[in-house]
Design a protein. Structure first.
Length: 220
């Protein structure tokens, strides 16, 4: 991967990334992936770091209710609203982080989400005799031609680990889908807000390309 850093990812070196530290999942792999792209990334829950950042990433593994509680108790919801909603900074939610973009979720008890993407987070409604949950492993996605995160990417095989899915109210917010017993939103996009249900940091070259496209995005 390091051999492709200089040419393919040179633009991202100008980005300064704040990775949200809220105790939900291993953020080290996200930080390492960003380092390969030449981006300066800080794992933080400090207001000053978010204010200084050009882009913000919310990774996550775990239950929806736990994630929202941790964000709330650390005072991060107000910070994110200021930087993402008021200042329109590019924002990427990964796995649980994408789910938290929704209006509400039921995992761990019905809980209000960030409401950046109108929609609800529910457990997969699939034949669990035919499809194991959690959905773990590599799967192909289908992207929309204008999707920002997938520009110039030749392969659409990404790594998933999840049992819950975000279903946006507006189909136009879905930038990629995946079929795992049912067709679900594998990625979302609304203005400066992006989400991937898969883990780009674990998806090798294609995942790095998704992160590169995010870093190269600047809100109008």
């Amino acid at each position: 991967m390091r051999n492709i850093q200089n040419k393919e990812f040179e633009k991202s070196s100008m980005s300064s990334i704040a990775i949200v530290d809220y105790g939900m999942g291993n953020v080290g792999s996200v930080r390492n992936a960003l380092s390969l792209l030449g981006a300066k990334a800080r794992v933080t829950m400090q207001s000053d770091d978010f204010e200084a950042a050009s882009h913000i990433i919310l990774p996550g593994v775990g239950a929806f209710a736990d994630g929202m509680r941790e964000l709330r108790e650390r005072g991060l919801i107000d910070i994110l609203n200021r930087e993402v909603r008021d200042k329109n900074k590019p924002f990427l939610g990964i796995c649980l982080g994408m789910e938290l973009l929704g209006s509400d979720g039921v995992e761990g008890g019905t809980t209000q989400g960030l409401d950046y993407i109108r929609g609800s987070v529910r457990r997969f409604l699939i034949d669990e005799d035919a499809f194991r949950l959690p959905h773990i492993g590599w799967n192909n996605i289908t992207t929309r031609n204008a999707a920002t995160l997938f520009r110039g990417i030749g392969t659409h095989d990404f790594y998933f680990v999840h049992s819950y899915i975000l279903t946006p109210e507006d189909e136009r917010d879905v930038s990629a889908t995946c079929d795992y017993g049912v067709v679900f939103a594998a990625a979302v996009e609304r203005e400066n807000v992006f989400g991937t249900q898969f883990h780009p940091e674990k998806s090798q070259k294609a995942g790095l390309a998704v992160l590169r496209n995010f870093l190269n995005y600047h809100a109008q």
